[in-house]
Design a protein around this ligand. Structure first.
Ligand SMILES: Nc1ncnc2c1ncn2[C@@H]1O[C@H](COP(=O)(O)OP(=O)(O)OP(=O)(O)O)[C@@H](O)[C@H]1O
Ligand SMILES: [Mg+2]
Length: 243
């Protein structure tokens, strides 16, 4: 991906959450966004997804400046894939319908083409037997895998994943992390907000640490985890890597 964020600011009711984010990424395929709770990770991801307006600053995606007017945001949202913590899926639809519905209604696929795309992806991610089940009949891990497949189905420019495993037990977490790794190995660009430092280190080629409204640290996993340059990064990592 090629992505530039310049001076991005966001506040909620006078409370500054993003206080001038600067980030320049080129030739990066997987960014792990880490940092303390309440630090603004989800807010940054939601801005990149076109779901939130910044107060100031610019975002450039592949050399094109993101336009935060409503019609442009609608187009932008269609070009990215998003997976959030949990409960993304429409509860009254089967896994297959959860994938085909946006393809047909938002992306203009014929029913047949949508079905074919969805079935191919479900098979590729070993979810054939879940295709006709509704979310309530799936495990948490299967649900998140369907949500990831749905995000991929639209061939997004990048996929934004916000703590996709935080609601899952360890076994299901592993299933979902395997899928994320597979998605990355297929060449899809990813942003991943995670509290799983081990996985961030393993899968990301860039780790950005968001603390105090700023990017405190951004570098290779090795550099950020082994040789953090800022006090904010050192104290955060000391806390999360303690156990
Ligand atoms: N829609 C909103 N309205 C008001 N305040 C908000 C809104 N969204 C986020 N905030 C506030 O912005 C701050 C950052 O929240 P955000 O969810 O981005 O943090 P985070 O880094 O994702 O935290 P966590 O690791 O707990 O998910 C918090 O203080 C939060 O209360
Ligand atoms: Mg969050």
């Amino acid at each position: 991906m090629k992505l530039d964020v310049r001076g991005l600011r966001k506040e909620f009711d006078g409370h500054v959450v993003l206080d001038g984010i600067d980030l320049s990424l080129e030739g990066v395929h997987c960014v792990a966004l880490i940092g303390p709770s309440g630090g603004g990770k989800s807010t940054l991801l939601r801005i990149l997804a076109g779901l939130e307006h910044p107060e100031a600053g610019e975002v450039w995606v592949e050399g094109e400046r993101m336009d935060f007017s409503e019609p442009a945001l609608l187009r932008h949202r269609r070009s990215v894939g998003t997976v959030f913590q949990a409960f993304n899926l429409f509860p009254h639809l089967t896994a297959l319908e959860n994938i085909t519905l946006p393809l047909e209604k938002v992306h203009g696929y014929s029913a047949e083409a949508a079905r074919e795309t969805a079935e191919t992806l479900l098979t590729r991610f070993h979810l054939e037997s879940s295709a006709l089940k509704r979310p309530a009949e799936l495990s948490g891990g299967q649900r998140q895998r369907v949500a990831i497949v749905r995000a991929l189905a639209v061939k997004p420019r990048f996929v934004l994943l916000d703590e996709p495993t935080s609601a899952l037990d360890p076994e299901m977490t592993a299933e979902v992390l395997d899928v994320i790794e597979e998605v990355k190995s297929e060449g899809r660009d990813l942003w991943l907000v995670t509290h799983q430092m081990g996985f961030a280190r393993h899968v990301a080629d860039r780790v950005a640490l968001l603390a105090g409204g700023k990017i405190a640290e951004c570098g290779s996993p090795q550099q950020v985890f082994e040789d953090p340059q800022t006090e904010a990064a050192r104290s955060f990592l000391a806390r999360v890597l303690k156990y």
